[in-house]
Design a protein around this ligand. Structure first.
Ligand SMILES: [Zn+2]
Length: 363
């Protein structure tokens, strides 16, 4: 039996990808087409203008709409616009919100989407999942994969370090997520897709191997971008976010739903990974990720992300109820005392004040 898997037709990750666009096959797709650009607000708007300058005169028309948020209202408004004046292609340019909104509107109106991420803050840059805000709560929904993803490394290299930390947190979570998937499979709760498992694991392994080399600074952005894209494709193969989302994501979702969503998705996931990894280590020895946190300057204490001890405690309690997803949290009995003891052990006082939140606000 075979399965149809959707992956982008074109992936371009290089320095100067935007000015060099006329040399890529994607440029041919745009010839004589009606293009709608969905742009992020703020500094990412400059990247939209860069793309616009390259394609104007080649595409039949280029219209730019700015996306202020990923709320359902914004999506409905954009969708109405698309239905009234249907474009041939939607280009999403910006950080997470503009990309998510482009994917949702493209899926609902059946228009192909090309993405130009301006940061690699999560594996959503190339995934069949988008996060939208409904009634002030973030929800993940299934969407079509983009037709092309174009990452200009010159653009990424000037993005705030917090976004990069978040992306790497989201990538490292493949390890704990895959552990949970195997648990679910062994418990007879879920099918295992070995190819998706292989891809998600190779994505994070290739990144870790690069980090273990002596000189990695130059190649890190490219390798991280590739690894996050591979993670997105692993999700497309699995038909769900399973290969890249386990108990550590449930903890992050609980922080969003019950504790005010104070930090970036990938930052919260990085904090969740530390807790999940501790629990998983009791079941079977697993590879400890702490040295990578040290090396990359990832957050190691929930207080550095603005959460109190009580909020973190509540997030751990609520995590299993966030999704119908079997994880390590289903296999351990966590009393209040036990949660407190583990919080002390996983997030010791000395893990505080190591993470710099400067340069970006979350909203
Ligand atoms: Zn994630």
């Amino acid at each position: 039996m075979t399965k149809k898997v959707h992956i982008p037709v074109q992936l371009i990750i290089e320095h100067g990808a935007i000015p060099n666009l006329p040399q890529s096959p994607v440029f041919d797709w745009l010839k004589g087409q009606k293009v709608l650009m969905v742009s992020g607000s703020g500094k990412t708007r400059r990247v939209t203008e860069q793309v616009q300058e390259v394609i104007v005169g080649h595409a039949a028309t280029v219209q730019v709409l700015t996306c202020q948020s990923n709320s359902l209202d914004t999506i409905n408004e954009l969708e109405r616009h698309v239905l009234e004046d249907p474009p041939d292609i939607i280009i999403g340019a910006g950080g997470g919100k503009a990309l998510d909104v482009s994917k949702v509107v493209g899926t609902r109106s059946n228009v192909p989407v090309i993405l130009f991420p301006t940061a690699i803050s999560s594996d959503a840059i190339c995934s069949p999942v988008a996060v939208i805000k409904m009634l002030n709560k973030s929800t993940s929904i299934g969407v079509k994969m983009p037709q092309a993803v174009i990452i200009d490394l010159d653009v990424l290299s000037s993005c705030p370090p917090r976004l990069m930390s978040a992306g790497i947190g989201d990538l490292l979570s493949n390890k704990t997520a895959l552990f949970d998937w195997h648990l679910a499979h062994r418990a007879g709760k879920e099918e295992m897709n070995t190819f998706a498992n292989l891809m998600a694991n190779n994505a994070v392994e290739s990144f870790m191997n690069t980090l273990n080399q002596d000189e990695y600074d130059e190649s890190l952005l490219k390798v991280a971008s590739e690894a996050l894209i591979m993670s997105g494709i692993a999700m497309s193969i699995a038909g769900s976010s399973r290969p890249c989302s386990g108990s550590e994501h449930l903890i992050s979702h609980a922080l969003d739903y019950h504790c005010g969503a104070k930090a970036l998705h990938g930052e919260q996931v990085a904090i969740g990974v530390l807790f999940s990894q501790y629990l998983q280590g009791r079941v079977k020895r697993i590879e400890w990720l702490a040295p990578y946190y040290e090396k990359l300057g990832l957050p190691t204490h929930y207080e550095d992300l603005g959460y109190t001890r009580e909020e973190m405690h509540r997030a751990i309690q609520m995590a299993p109820s966030m999704r119908n997803r079997y994880t390590i949290l289903n296999e351990v009995e966590l009393t209040d005392e036990e949660i407190d003891r583990i919080l002390d052990e996983v997030y010791p006082v000395e893990a505080k004040n190591r993470y710099d939140l400067k340069g970006l606000t979350v909203g």
